[in-house]
Design a protein around this ligand. Structure first.
Ligand SMILES: [Zn+2]
Ligand SMILES: [Zn+2]
Length: 345
């Protein structure tokens, strides 16, 4: 089968590999029908994910059809259409039982697919702990609608869940990339009074304005001013930082009102400094939101009810055999790309 493979830093190659086999009684084999390219894949390509193993098939956002299951897999059966969780988790340790599946203590737990073990940009994938890692897609939900359930949508959902958004709140979301927009969609479910979205890229600002006209959109230069004007207490009640630069990190605490919640979803490429003397007395609560993908069934149900729709994010579609072209478009942000669906025929 064809598999997009991380051969060495800087290089992904489409290679012919053997179809994966069941290795453990809790494994399932999924025939991938649709996958996607994530910014984390680009991080692997450039060698900035130390855990990434060379030779693995990349890709961790996918939907497909269960092709084979091990003897201990009970939650799904052959033929089921499923979304696949970015995280591998045992479901039995302290962290899993509390929903903190990102911190699963199993040696294979956490982000394994497409990083430490073969992932999704291929024709088939082996999913360990398939009872936990696969979620059945409701019949009326298409592959495209379900595609982001296990990764960027789970990230936005978790970030919003830990941010305690209330209906009287003014919420600031910094960053309108794919994860920022998923976070925005999940924040909208909480019906806060206002949502402000700050984004430096004109194309992405236009995207938010076009699809979500009720959102107040600003560029970074005006962000503090806009937040002050639009919020009741001279700052946002909740801030979600999904952009990941030094400037946006500073903006996150500066734009928050005293006693606000600031949730950091973004991944930074170096340590960030909190200037505590400047913040003294502001009494902020900081949360970090590395995805805990424990709500995928609920997310799929919200998609089924029409309450979450991420399909506008799919701006491009490519066949797996053309994935190298897809990477070029995604990495160089050509043609106003937001997300690319890789389709297997
Ligand atoms: Zn990802
Ligand atoms: Zn666990």
């Amino acid at each position: 089968m064809l598999a997009c493979t991380y051969t060495r830093p800087g290089v992904f190659e489409l290679k012919e590999k053997n179809k994966p086999q069941i290795l453990d009684s809790k494994d399932a084999i999924v025939r991938v029908t649709m996958s996607s390219i994530c910014t984390s894949d680009i991080h692997i390509k450039h060698g900035s994910v130390p855990k990434a193993v060379s030779g693995i098939t990349v890709g961790h956002e996918m939907v497909g059809i269960v092709e084979d299951v091990g003897s201990d897999v009970k939650n799904v059966k052959v033929g089921d259409r499923v979304s696949v969780n970015v995280e591998t988790f045992c479901g039995e340790c302290f962290f899993c039982k509390n929903g903190y599946v990102n911190n699963c203590e199993d040696k294979n737990g956490g982000w394994a697919l497409g990083c430490r073990i073969d992932g999704a940009q291929a024709e088939y994938v082996r999913v360990p702990f398939a009872n936990n890692g696969l979620n059945k897609i409701p019949e009326t939900v298409t592959d495209e609608q379900a595609l982001f359930t296990g990764d960027i949508l789970a990230t936005g959902f978790w970030a919003v869940r830990i941010s305690d958004i209330k209906e009287e709140d003014t919420v600031l979301i910094i960053g309108a990339g794919p994860t920022g927009i998923c976070t925005l969609l999940c924040a909208m479910l909480k019906n806060p009074k206002k949502i402000i979205c700050c984004e430096k890229d004109q194309i992405r600002r236009d995207f938010v304005k076009k699809h979500y006209p009720q959102i107040i959109v600003t560029e970074p230069d005006n962000c503090l001013e806009v937040v002050k004007k639009e919020s009741e207490h001279k700052g946002a009640d909740v801030v979600l930082e999904v952009a990941g630069s030094e400037e946006t990190f500073q903006m996150a605490w500066q734009s928050a009102r005293p006693n606000a919640i600031v949730t950091i979803v973004a991944l930074y490429d170096k340590p960030m400094v909190l200037p505590l003397p400047d913040m003294y007395g502001k009494n902020l609560t900081f949360k970090t939101g590395g995805v805990d993908g424990c709500d995928c069934d609920e997310i799929l149900s919200l998609i089924e009810q029409g309450k979450i729709d991420t399909t506008p994010l799919i701006t491009h579609k490519y066949q797996l055999r053309d994935i190298e072209d897809a990477y070029k478009v995604f990495e160089e942000k050509l043609e106003n790309v937001i997300k690319i669906a890789i389709v297997n025929e």
